[in-house]
Every structure is written in structure tokens, then in C-alpha cells.
Write a protein that binds this ligand. Sequence first.
Ligand SMILES: CC(C)(COP(=O)(O)OP(=O)(O)OC[C@H]1O[C@@H](n2cnc3c(N)ncnc32)[C@H](O)[C@@H]1OP(=O)(O)O)[C@@H](O)C(=O)NCCC(=O)NCCS
Length: 455
Amino acid sequence: MTPISPISRQDAAMLLPTDSVKFVQTFRQSSPYFNAHRDSTVVIYLDGAALLNGDAALPLIQDLALLQSLDVRIVLVAGARPFIDAELAAQGFECQYHQGLRITRKEHLPAIAQAVGQMRVEIESWFSSGQAKQSYAVRPLFVSSGNWVMAKPLGIIDGIDFQHTGTVRRIETDPIQAVLNMGHIVLLTSQAYSITGDIFNLSSIDLAVEAAIALQADKLLWLTDPEHLVAARAALPTELSANDMPTLLAQAELPDSTRALLNASLKAAREVDRVHLLDRTLDGALLLELFTRDGVGIMINQNDYDVVRQASIDDIGGILSLLEPLENSGALVKRPREQLEMEIDHFSVLERDGAIIGCAALYPYPQNNSAELAAFAIDDAYRRGGRGAKLLTYIERRAKQQGIESLFLLTTQTMHWFIRHGFVQTDISNLPQARAQLYNFQRRSAVFSKVLGSA
Ligand SMILES: CC(C)(COP(=O)(O)OP(=O)(O)OC[C@H]1O[C@@H](n2cnc3c(N)ncnc32)[C@H](O)[C@@H]1OP(=O)(O)O)[C@@H](O)C(=O)NCCC(=O)NCCS
């Protein structure tokens, strides 16, 4: 009988259904985010329309329960506008608005209290239901709210008295933090109180911004109307920094309500690390945004998201996986791990959310005041976004700081890219002698050089 040879790991993987392979890959890619989000404070604004229909809200509530079970500290700001609109209309009130804000009259307050109360009861009942807890119920799922938001009147704007429409005066963060420490989800709604005991109706968008700032949240996530996402995607990049945003907003054509939301996002992004706009109708939007590298929404960073820095020994795994496909295709010369370990100080990397998506090496030839630029690569998935140019700028600055006057490089496939960035073709005889001796005549790389300006 022929002996049965053991099946290799690779063959075993081939036998798995595609879904299982994808699951394992996805799970592995998501794992860094489990740690990154643990104990982080996340303010999540939920557009009231998402709460009108219990069946539609349930997956969202389940995702929030899952996040809470992963030790994410959640502050939920629920927009009550559709509930308030319906209640005021049912009681025969017609409302006036100015600059997108309701003018809240004293006689509206009981109807507003009723509407907000109804919404709160529904949210609490969803979090209490067995369906919300599902299998994530590692501990009870509590939602807490309280008189933690102090309000003041919005006052008179453009000659219009907003009466009981208010703004945030102060947020009492200590009791909120205490409740978060107990593992509860904090629920904030648009009703708040002044020191005179008056009740004010706040914009829940402003409330979410103020809460995220006061609590020094790590993130603010807007689960909002898909129309805002469509409008913003048409006019802006899907990832932007708070620094670039004023210019981009000034040039963009946007509906007033989307512009208002983006202005609120900008205000938050000046203080909060990341602000994300998400389509509330997309199933799993929260999880996709928080646990995948590129997310599904629009992200505004307090700082630039991609960071270029000097490489360290911990980056070797990332650099190897970045370079391997390019080495296999012949675009770059092979570098064994041992060589990389010895030369790591020559490398710079472009890091995005903990992943290495670009790298470059600089090998100085001090006698010639020049240096070789090598292993210059951007991950395939991130090309054409100006990252190559950004990495080159960094390398050139680093070279100048080391007193290097010119760069040279050898390339077989990327001549035109370097020409666009000021390199000119030159001859092998112009290479430093030590490097010319190593020239691989089979590879027949073209040689390019660039004189660097003064530092
Ligand atoms: C070259 C490389 C680093 C550019 O990275 P990048 O992040 O896409 O660069 P940028 O976004 O700054 O520039 C993109 C532009 O360069 C162009 N470009 C990219 N590769 C090019 C090439 N080989 N030749 C000519 N132009 C190229 C793109 O078409 C794009 O042009 P566009 O702006 O008109 O659309 C990247 O393509 C890469 O990693 N290539 C493989 C590795 C390699 O060949 N390295 C050089 C050997 S040392």
C-alpha cells in the first residue's frame, strides 16, 4: 500500500473554503485594533433617524454592545430631532428654524421632554434586550444618563431670539468618567439645564463635539445620513487633516447641512485625534471603520495620518513584506533579512496606523559627499497618493542634514518617476568608485543623480 504523505500547511489552506481563508486573513489584520481601541474613549453620534425603527437599529445596538465588550468606553449622543419633530407636529406646533436650528419656545418644552424621554426608553430597552447582548454579554449591558450637561441660552442671533434653544456651558466630566469606569455606556441627549433651572434644547451635533473635547475622547464618530457621505466624498478626499481642512472646505461645493457637519468635525478634530463620518445605513459601518486599516468612511485627523520616520529594528518584518513582491518581480534587488538587520539605520519608513507602507534606504559615500537612494518603495495599495513624493522629500532633507550634496540611484523600471522629481540620467563612470565596482552588468540598471539644494 502506498503511504499517505502528510498534507502541507499550504495545501491544507487551499482546501479550506474561500470564506474561511478570508476570515483568517481579516481576523489577523484586525487584531492590532483590538488592543489599540481597548480603554479608548469614543464619542458616537447617532442620527435620530437611525433610532426610529427598532429592527433597523438592532444591528447597530449589537455592534455597540460588541465594542463595549471589547472595553471601548462609549459615550452615545443620540440625536432626537425626528422624535421631537413628530411629537411637536402631533401636538399641533409649527416650528421655526434659523441657520438650521430650531427656535425652541417655552410651550414646546413638554413635547420635547416627552419625545426625548420616549427615545431614551427605546434605547434603554434595546440595550436590555437579549438580542442586543447576544454572545458578547461578558458583563451586563448598562446605559446610564444624568444631568451632566450644563446649558446656557443661545441668545439672539441676527435679531432672532432662540429662546429655549441652548448651547453647552459645561460638561461635568468626572461623573461621566466614573460611569464609564463602571463599564456602562453613557447616553447623552439634547436636553440640558441651566443654573437657573431652565431647560434648554441643544443641537446634538454641538453636544457631541463638546462632549468629545471635554472628555478628551480618542475618537468622535458620526453615524449620520448617507447623503452627507455622498456630498462630502464628491468634494473632498476620504482622508484629510485638520490643517488642510479649512482650505479644502473653502473650495468645496457642499449642501449647508453637510458643511455644518464638517465644520463641527473640524472643531472637534483640532482637539480629538480622529473624527470619522460614517453612513448609518451601512451594516457594520462602526466595525469596518474601527477594525480595518482603511475604514469605510471619511476620516479627519488632528495630524497627518501617514508618518515618515527613521526605521528601527522592529520595522524589519514590515519592510521585508513590503519589499518581497518588488524583489520577486525584479523591480528591486533582493535583500536578505540579515543584511536588512545590519543596514536598518540606513532605512526610513512611511508608517500608517502601525503598518509599514513605504520605505527607502540611504547609503552615504562620504568621500564623494553623495549617497545612494535604494529600496525605494510604496505599498501597491497606497500608490498615486503623493506618498512617494513625501518619502523622497524626507530622504532629501535627511541627506542634506548629513552634509550630503547629491543623491544617485540605480533603477530598471522607475526612470520617469525620478526624472519628474529632478533626477537626471548619468553614466556608471560617475558613480563613486566603490559603488561602480559593484555594478551588476546583467541587470543593466540606469543610473540617475540629483544635486541637492542647500539645507
Ligand atoms: C515609484 C513609487 C515609489 C512611487 O510611489 P507613489 O506613492 O505612487 O508616488 P506619487 O504618488 O508621489 O507619484 C505618483 C505618480 O507617479 C507615476 N508613476 C508611478 N510609477 C511610475 C513609474 N515607474 N514611471 C513613471 N511614473 C510613475 C504615477 O503614474 C503617478 O502619476 P500621476 O500623479 O500623473 O497620476 C512606487 O510606484 C513604487 O513603489 N514603485 C515600485 C518600486 C520601485 O520601482 N522603486 C524604485 C527603485 S529604487
